[in-house]
Ligand binder design. Structure first.
Ligand code: T4K
Length: 410
């Protein structure tokens, strides 16, 4: 049966009709995890026209300044420095904080913050994460401290804050810097205060696939006046009239900033759409054994951007990868973030200190996490249908596995 409203999907009632076994895909169009949220197109084009009319395209233009001010106001943070992407933002922050030697970082994350350290000649020391939060485990951080440790780089994964109090305590006791990768965490809070206000600095990503995007982009935020001054110089070749320090080109351009300002105008709607989606998923998935939806703390501010499942194969009878392949065939482009622990990929896996590394929680999550589509272009009926596929697969796991075996032999 075709979905009533927009006829863009086919409801699956039997696994025999699964697309992976030759049926028609449930969705006629691909359902993406990171489909960009786009604000009011007219407003955006108006701003872009103004950029073209003014012929001021980059180098700390009007829109970049406006965006920085709006973000700083929103987060109640003193300084916001817009950058061309979060990876460069992290590199600038690492250098500005003078991180050297070893920095402790979670091994269950996107590779960008790890590469940022390595790129600058700082050794990433991989740390296990807490099973419930997926964030760096402060207890393990303490065990990894060495005379070479200069900092902790925590990642607020999926927009859920790290255990900031405990990490800050460790950093203070050991005279370490603390930097937060807040790539996923724009518009989220910790104990009622907006992320962006913690550690020495925090870095957001405004990549196209993020909750709030500027095509590509990011921001470094801090309450430290001196650090902010240093970062501003660094992102502009160390140039301020004259060359005053070592620097790089980390500037955001005007079109990206215009996209950001346009996005900020609808950000409450985006948050609401994500929240509704999260609640729909929560409701639909609650009775499926072995499929666990990562919970958000609804007493905090959250962007609800990521719908994160953990698939327990022992309970569902289906592995995360099998579930993903079933969904992919149905045009549900689920993503298995971050399916390789950072120490299992190059160049780290070739380093002797990583060869024997075994971080149990990271490895369990790497094989069980699956992220589902959300965002403003997905609605209740889409979610119902995606969950129906997952439910059917889990409830008929024995037959699914046997059919998968038969199909792979053909
Ligand atoms: N720290 C953390 C913790 C991060 O997660 C990231 C980035 C960073 C730092 C660095 O931030 P940036 O330097 O990028 O500002 C995506 C993003 O490319 C990446 O930004 C992000 N994290 C990472 C978690 O996810 P992929 O490999 O998933 O991208 P891709 O191209 O497969 O896209 C995801 C889905 O979104 C696809 O199904 C297609 C869809 N999509 C994508 C784009 C770009 C669209 O529909 N439209 C689009 O324009 O990495």
């Amino acid at each position: 049966m075709l979905g009533k409203k927009n006829k863009k999907y086919l409801i699956k009632k039997d696994i025999k009709n699964f697309a992976i076994f030759g049926g028609l895909p449930s969705f006629s169009k691909k359902m993406h995890v990171g489909l960009p949220n786009i604000g009011n197109r007219r407003q955006l084009l108006k701003r872009i026209n103004r950029i073209l009319d003014n012929k001021w395209l980059t180098n700390n233009g009007y829109y970049v300044q406006e965006l920085e001010k709006s973000i700083a106001r929103r987060l109640k943070v003193k300084h916001c420095i817009a950058v061309c992407n979060a990876t460069i933002g992290l590199e600038i922050a690492i250098r500005a904080l003078n991180l050297k030697g070893e920095v402790i970082i979670p091994a269950f994350t996107f590779i960008a913050p790890v590469h940022a350290l390595q790129w600058l000649g700082v050794k990433p020391v991989f740390c296990d994460v807490e099973p419930a939060s997926h964030n760096i485990d402060p207890f393990q951080v303490e065990r990894l401290l060495s005379p070479q440790t200069t900092g902790i780089l925590g990642v607020h994964l999926w927009g859920r804050a790290c255990d900031i109090d405990r990490l800050t305590d460790i950093a203070q006791k050991n005279n370490l810097k603390i930097l937060f990768d807040a790539a996923h965490a724009f518009d989220c809070s910790y104990k009622g205060r907006m992320l962006g206000n913690f550690g020495d600095a925090e870095v957001f990503s405004f990549h196209a696939t993020k909750y709030f995007n500027t095509f590509e982009g990011g921001a470094i935020v801090t309450n430290d006046d001196e650090l902010a001054k240093k970062i501003r110089l660094m992102k502009n070749f160390g140039f301020s009239g004259n060359v005053l320090s070592l620097g790089i080109n980390g500037k955001m351009n005007e079109v990206s900033a215009a996209m950001g300002l346009t996005g900020l105008e609808v950000i409450e709607d985006l948050k609401l759409a994500n929240y509704r989606n999260y609640k729909y998923y929560q409701n639909e998935l609650k009775d499926i054994p072995g499929v666990f939806l990562l919970a958000y703390d609804e007493t905090e501010k959250c962007n609800y951007q990521y719908i994160v499942l953990e698939i327990d194969k022992a309970l569902t009878g289906i592995s995360r990868d099998q579930m993903m392949n079933i969904l992919l065939a149905e045009n549900v482009i689920a993503k298995r973030y971050f399916h390789q622990p950072c120490y299992h990929v190059e160049p780290y896996c070739s380093f002797s200190y990583c060869r024997k590394l075994h971080l149990p929680v990271v490895e369990k999550l790497s094989s069980s996490v699956l992220v589902l589509p959300s965002g403003s272009s997905i609605g209740q009926s889409d979610i119902k249908n995606i969950c129906q596929i997952i439910r059917l697969a889990a409830r008929n796991s024995k037959e699914v596995r046997s059919r998968m075996r038969d199909f792979s032999r053909k």
